[in-house]
Design a protein around this ligand. Structure first.
Ligand SMILES: Nc1ncnc2c1ncn2[C@@H]1O[C@H](COP(=O)(O)OP(=O)(O)O)[C@@H](O)[C@H]1O
Ligand SMILES: [Mg+2]
Length: 336
């Protein structure tokens, strides 16, 4: 307990932290980095060490508490050798908000992709980033959790000053759910589940209010892969949730789901679509196809990524403003 009460409350029950505010007399707020469905993320600086970190906060009285899940998933992932997660540095609560302090990461894949011409990465970067995102999802599945909100805004790269620009990190476990029970068995699906996640990337099962499973994180990953490879998903301009669902279904019938993509994409989505709730996905089959695609396109895994020195879109991605609050970033829809 810190007991400090000199923080303002925002409109939605979220604390408004201002530059210079101190948390636990140790972490000084620098600026807001993001805000989503449940809380906000700030850059903070440790007054003792001078190190910069990220701090995610949620209102203490918010009926939907997500930070607990964030801590559980990050801790378990880290303990079990997760390859693509932030470290938890500290956590705590006061009478206004709960907070978690974690590794500060760099730009999100969404911001990076948008900075590139056509809103897409070069083929090599799209494929390598795709492999890393899938590894991050696989690691989560391995410890018994589904992410359920996979999208380019929930992945970021490490920071250049830490030499981690080639590492993709998975963020945001606010919608995560345990799919294994304490005995390590797959939980029985509920007969109906409300829509959760972000419409553009939602798997068909989510549109149909069905319980999600590992295959659904993969379907969502595939939509994200389309977006970072082509610059957009085919239903990018469709606003209505049910229309998006029909578009996704139709795109399977017409083949649009893998149109303009490398030839390996069609078998990937066909494989994912063939999986059932109980199935353990064969992640290696997908990595294999992605690597085959890399070979065919003469991309090498050690090539610089688009945002790195020597990368194809270094200049454009360098022009990105330092990460900061973007009020127009897509927030997930949640019905609890
Ligand atoms: N560890 C971090 N370092 C730097 N920026 C972060 C970090 N975690 C989150 N962010 C930024 O804040 C945004 C929102 O955080 P996120 O965890 O996705 O929460 P939510 O979307 O539920 O609000 C992210 O898209 C990212 O831009
Ligand atoms: Mg998010």
């Amino acid at each position: 307990m810190c007991g400090c009460v000199n923080f303002e409350m925002g409109d939605e029950g979220l604390p408004t932290l201002n530059p210079g505010d101190m948390i636990k007399q140790q972490y000084m707020v620098n600026k807001k980095l993001g805000e989503g469905g449940f809380g906000a993320v700030y850059m903070v600086q440790d007054a003792k060490t001078g190190q910069k970190h990220a701090m995610k906060v949620e209102g203490a009285k918010d009926p939907i508490q997500v930070l607990k899940m964030e801590v559980v998933v990050l801790t378990e992932c880290m303990q079990r050798g997760g390859r693509h997660v932030c470290k938890i540095i500290d956590r705590g609560r006061n009478n206004i908000f709960n907070y978690v302090i974690m590794t500060l990461v760099g730009q999100s894949l969404q911001d990076l992709r948008k900075a590139c011409p056509g809103g897409k990465f070069s083929m090599g970067t799209a494929l390598c980033a795709g492999i890393q995102c899938l590894e991050a999802i696989e690691d989560m599945h391995q410890i018994g959790y589904l992410h359920r909100d996979v999208k380019p805004g929930n992945f970021a790269i490490g920071r250049e000053e830490n030499g981690e620009q080639r590492k993709v990190i998975i963020l945001d476990f606010g919608l995560a759910r345990k799919y294994l029970n304490a005995r390590g068995q797959i939980r029985t699906p509920r007969s109906a589940a409300g829509f959760r996640g972000t419409v553009r990337y939602a798997p068909l099962n989510c549109h149909h209010s069905r319980e999600l499973s590992r295959k659904d994180d993969l379907e969502t990953w595939y939509y994200q892969q389309l977006e970072i490879t082509l610059g957009k998903v085919p239903w990018a301009n469709v606003g209505d949730k049910d229309e998006v669902m029909r578009y996704k279904e139709n795109a399977r019938r017409t083949g649009e789901i893998s149109r303009d993509c490398p030839q390996q994409f069609a078998p990937i989505i066909q494989y994912i679509d063939g999986l059932k709730y109980w199935d353990a996905p064969d992640y290696n089959y997908i990595y294999g196809l992605l690597r085959q695609c890399m070979q065919q396109r003469q991309c090498r895994e050690q090539d610089p990524y688009d945002w790195e020195k020597g990368g194809q879109h270094r200049n454009q991605t360098q022009m990105l403003p330092a990460p900061g609050y973007n009020p127009h970033a897509g927030a997930p829809i949640v019905n609890f």
